[in-house]
Design a protein around this ligand. Structure first.
Ligand code: ADP
Length: 420
């Protein structure tokens, strides 16, 4: 099928988040892990390329995103979406702005919009200021992010140092007046030379207005939620003729494993809630892993009944994480845990698990790499921004749920298994 919209995501779970929201419309969505080596074949109407360029040097991120754009163009896409985090994770050097400007140049377009709002997850933009729940971004835990600390909440101020052309705002007063008013405002800003327009949104209705007004822009940028209304709009205006709805995806066996490498507050609560259910669990300690390797974890896994969906987790509170990082170094601690969980994933697959739930963005990257997965088809959503996905791994059809740290309710692991 010719691709209608091509999307580029700056990290892995961000890509699954986007794919899940696009798939809510019933649209076929395919997610590629990295830029495929081969030219486009067997493409879906909505294609998402997951990159890992959020914190890469800007020049590298730009080069990767341009290559992804070129692949998506070859797939037939004429509209493109640059997806970043709903907390606008970036630094004064990039990479949100530099990538947007490079994609605009390649597409020959003079203007794009920026809207990271994700109302269902509490992210709103008002008067160009980004809120996380009731707090301004710069007052939220994002102020302490290890790689992209967000110390300002004004998106225009955050974006301006990242780009060469003027930045402006289309505020909520305009969005509240509807799509025509917003389109007129954008046209006016365009004629005044404003290339980068932050657009306010506090609700899904606002996002619907923005999507309606901007659906024919060659490039739209934002969080995943802004893309959600687009498939239905493209279907309504004839841009996309939906074929048969994809058959509901299933996997053969009910054997499952849950792997958690995220240490976010939400994941800690999810691990505790799952342990409470009485399911079998194993806690990985990075210091033990450094001493003895992950052999003991694999041995434990071999003894388990996978029908009971055992949980293996390294999830720990900040004090324990700090202790491991001090002894092993931040990067090594992370790597050891990721390698152990990735080894557990392949061992579980080899033991018959066809369902794997993973918590953590980096962790999900390590697991999919170990499983040799390059493409995921998107299924039903478990929680806002977390869909079930389906893939092939060494000749087996697997269901994967890849959850970024902060997403999902406390009951996420149970929810995931029940929803499959
Ligand atoms: P999130 O989506 O919550 O950011 P990630 O998987 O992206 O989760 O990042 C968590 C990182 O923390 C991973 O690199 C993981 O290996 C590492 N990690 C997990 N548990 C521990 C631990 N107990 N001590 C130190 N690092 C850990």
């Amino acid at each position: 099928m010719t691709t209608v919209m091509g999307c580029i995501a700056d990290d892995f779970t961000g890509a699954t988040d986007l794919a899940g929201l696009l798939a809510r419309s019933g649209a076929p969505v395919s997610l590629r892990i990295g830029i495929p080596d081969a030219p486009p074949a067997d493409t879906a109407a909505f294609e998402v390329i997951a990159l890992k360029c959020r914190t890469a040097p800007a020049a590298q991120a730009v080069a990767e995103c341009r290559a992804a754009l070129a692949w998506l163009k070859r797939a037939g896409a004429q509209r493109f979406f640059w997806k970043y985090c709903s907390t606008f994770d970036s630094t004064p050097k990039g990479n949100i702005g530099p990538v947007a400007e490079a994609l605009m140049a390649d597409l020959g377009t003079s203007q794009t919009i920026y809207c990271p709002a994700f109302p269902e997850n509490g992210r709103a933009v008002f008067m160009g200021h980004l809120f996380v729940g009731r707090e301004l971004l710069a007052h939220s835990p994002m102020k302490d992010h290890p790689l992209t600390p967000m110390r300002d909440s004004n998106l225009m101020r955050l974006l301006q140092p990242q780009v060469t052309r003027p930045v402006g705002l289309a505020d909520r007063f305009t969005v509240a007046k509807g799509a025509d008013a917003l389109r007129a405002e954008l046209a006016e800003l365009d004629s005044a030379g404003v290339a980068h327009v932050v657009v306010d949104a506090v609700s899904n209705d606002d996002l619907a207005v923005i999507a309606q007004a901007c659906r024919h822009m060659p490039l739209v940028t934002g969080g995943s939620a802004l893309a959600m209304p687009l498939p239905a709009l493209y279907m309504a205006d004839g841009t996309w003729a939906a074929g048969q709805a994809p058959a509901p995806a299933t996997v053969a066996a009910r054997k499952a494993v849950i792997l958690s490498g995220s240490c976010s507050a939400m994941t800690q609560a999810q691990v505790a809630a799952y342990v409470e259910t009485g399911a079998p669990w194993l806690r990985l300690d990075p210091l033990e892993l450094a001493r003895h390797g992950h052999g003991p974890a694999l041995h434990w896994l071999q003894q388990q009944d996978l029908a009971a969906a055992p949980l293996i987790y390294a999830t720990a509170d900040p004090a324990h994480v700090r202790e491991a990082q001090q002894k092993l170094g931040r990067a090594r601690a992370g790597e050891i845990v990721e390698q152990a969980l990735a080894a557990c994933a392949t061992a579980a697959r080899d033991a018959g698990a066809r369902t794997i739930v993973v918590a953590g963005g980096e962790t999900a990257g390590a697991v999919t790499q170990a499983l040799g997965v390059t493409r995921l088809d998107t299924g039903q959503e478990i929680a806002p921004g977390v869909p079930w996905t389906f893939c092939n791994s060494q000749g087996h059809r697997l269901a994967l749920a890849l959850k970024s740290g902060n997403f999902g309710a406390e009951t996420f692991f149970r929810d995931a298994l029940e929803r499959l």
